[in-house]
Design a protein around this ligand. Structure first.
Ligand code: MN3
Length: 201
């Protein structure tokens, strides 16, 4: 059985960029619902007992009958990765190893921000933008619904939830404003550098 992870900070920790009300709904209702769905599913199908979340995601990927399981398991992975990546700040200050990698792969921080926010703006419907580490390079990918980088076998370095439940209370329909605020004021860049170092091995 999977457990809903605790938020690693208080619900008001990201305000005003992401309100306590958003985090209460997003974590306590939406993230919890994905955990409950997967637990309910595996309680009725013993073949998934003792499988890790990553194993469940890989088994259910590209199997039409298991699409709901894939999307819900992917959403557990996505949110577990997402929460620790957030930290309120006064503006992006990148530690040096991460800054150098971003400059190498996107030309500049602005180039990276443009790529990342454009991916978020142009993702039609619900989904995620993930910056992954692929063959020595940072790369930005779009994932629909509960899609996640696990089936690609790529480490997730920085992700942004662009489901409406992540921004509608605070930004209404203004997804681009949410994406800008995300990059400018909500990323824990020290933690993202830690993820990059792990991926580099
Ligand atoms: Mn979400």
């Amino acid at each position: 059985m999977f457990k809903l992870m605790d938020l690693p900070y208080a619900t008001q920790a990201l305000a005003p960029y992401m309100s306590a009300e958003t985090l209460e709904y997003h974590h306590d209702k939406h993230h919890a619902a994905y955990v409950n769905f997967v637990n309910d599913f595996i309680s009725k199908d013993s073949s998934f007992e003792n499988k890790t979340l990553e194993e469940i995601i890989k088994i259910s990927y590209n199997d039409a009958k298991l699409k709901p399981l894939f999307n819900n398991a992917g959403q557990i992975f996505n949110h577990n990765e997402f929460w620790p990546m957030l930290k309120k700040n006064d503006g992006p200050k990148l530690p040096s190893i991460l800054e150098e990698q971003i400059k190498k792969d996107f030309g500049s921080f602005e180039g990276f921000k443009d790529n990342f926010t454009t991916a978020g703006k142009t993702l039609f419907g619900s989904g995620w933008v993930w910056m992954v580490f692929n063959d020595g390079r940072l790369e930005i990918r779009q994932y629909a619904n509960g899609g996640c980088p696990v089936p690609d076998g790529l480490p997730a370095i920085l992700g942004c939830d662009v489901w409406e439940h992540s921004y509608y209370i605070d930004y209404r329909n203004r997804r681009p404003d949410y994406l800008n605020a995300f990059i400018d004021n909500m990323v824990n860049w020290e933690y993202i550098e830690h993820k990059l170092k792990q991926a580099k091995g």
